[in-house]
Design a protein around this ligand. Structure first.
Ligand code: SF4
Ligand code: SF4
Length: 372
């Protein structure tokens, strides 16, 4: 495992980090085994928040303290920036998270989803930042930062307005939108962490043609995706949402080589980017912020199938799985309901960090996934 300084925080994080958004949806024994394997394979950086009404924190804490001492791991946690936080709400979220995690402090505390200039201003001006600074005085947290889906120019403005110590942002192999701002953050000594580095699994599940080409370089698509990110020394860690011990092993292998991409790896990345242009600049990355849908439409699941078909040429599988959703077959990989049940209420669109036109895109996805 490769370890890097997280900006000027004094923390040394593993270049592959453990993202806690999805692992807890598995059977408890498998979820715990996944965390144990991550720790055994040298992952020391664990990031989560109150996903699953706190289940992620509870399970991560429970699993970690079976195998690790507190000083062997670096924990990042967060309080929501999206709901106009106050000093009291930040404090309450922090205390609840510490309790669920069974720990006395977090190494990094972030304002979660600071996606617009208004949200950023609100944090600075309405007590949220003061609450975090107070918690730091008390030793409950150490570094303070942001997680964000904001445009690159806004992220620049955020770090110019306040000396945040860590920024968690989105970047992946199929669409490199934040490259310049990542280098800017690096030049200012701010720790950069990449979230959803495999675009919600889309990078990891390509067509057989792409998989075979990548295999010729001795890599899996997930490993190439991670290599693409950690090849940039300004990225301290890519936090991947691993959900099984074998996924941990696969991801950790990506960190056996440091340094820039080889010419052969770069050629592959360029070729894949060209092939996946159909996905466009913005596409669903499966974050699930739009959920729950009052009609139980499985928005991320349907978009995932659509992405696999458009970008990665997995039409047969995608159409079959979508048909299972439509027929509500209980063994479908993706539970929930199909697009026919959408009543166009619009609540999902307000919550999408990718600013997708979800209603229109769902209609397009339905048409293409049901075409003969
Ligand atoms: S617009 Fe459709 S998909 Fe979105 S929340 Fe409403 S019913 Fe669900
Ligand atoms: S539609 Fe938007 S909010 Fe919903 S899962 Fe996809 S990216 Fe996330």
């Amino acid at each position: 495992m490769i370890y890097r300084n997280l900006g000027k925080t004094g923390l040394q994080v593993s270049v592959i980090g453990f993202g806690g958004m999805r692992f807890f949806n598995k059977r408890e024994e498998e979820a715990i085994a996944t965390v144990h394997r991550a720790f055994e394979r040298g992952i020391n950086f664990f990031e989560t928040g109150s996903y699953g009404n706190g289940k992620s924190e509870e399970m991560l804490g429970r699993a970690l303290w079976q195998v690790a001492r507190r000083d062997q791991v670096i924990l990042a946690n967060k309080a929501r920036a999206s709901e106009r936080p106050t000093a009291a709400s930040v404090r309450a979220e922090l205390e609840a998270s510490l309790k669920r995690y069974q720990t006395d402090y977090f190494d990094i505390f972030n304002f979660w989803g600071t996606n617009t200039p208004e949200m950023h201003r609100h944090i600075l001006e309405h007590g949220a930042l003061e609450a975090a600074l107070q918690a730091r005085e008390e030793g409950l947290i150490r570094a303070i930062g942001l997680t964000t889906h904001a445009r690159p120019e806004w992220i620049r403005d955020f770090v110019d307005a306040y000396p945040w110590e860590c920024i968690i942002l989105k970047e992946h192999m199929l669409y490199s939108r934040n490259q310049e701002v990542i280098d800017y953050l690096g030049s200012k000594g701010i720790g950069v962490v990449v979230m959803t580095p495999l675009a919600g699994g889309v990078v990891a599940t390509p067509s057989e043609e792409i998989r075979a080409e990548v295999a010729r370089e001795g890599l899996t698509p997930a490993q190439l995706g991670l290599r693409t990110l950690i090849a940039n020394p300004n990225i301290s860690s890519a936090i991947s949402g691993m959900t099984s011990p074998s996924e941990v092993d696969e991801n950790v292998e990506a960190a056996r080589t440091d340094g820039p991409l080889t010419p052969a790896e770069q050629r592959l990345v360029d070729w894949i980017r060209q092939k996946t242009q159909a996905l466009g600049e913005r596409f669903c990355t499966g974050c699930s912020y739009c959920m729950p849908c009052p009609q139980e439409v499985n928005i991320p699941g349907i978009f995932r199938l659509w992405n696999l078909m458009r970008g990665y040429g997995n039409a047969e599988y995608s159409k079959l799985e979508y048909q299972k959703i439509r027929e509500q077959r209980h063994w479908a990989d993706f539970p929930g309901r199909s697009v026919e049940h959408c009543v166009e209420c619009g609540t999902c669109e307000e919550k999408c960090p990718e600013r997708l036109s979800i209603i229109d895109d769902l209609k397009r996805a339905h048409a293409e996934l049901t075409a003969q």
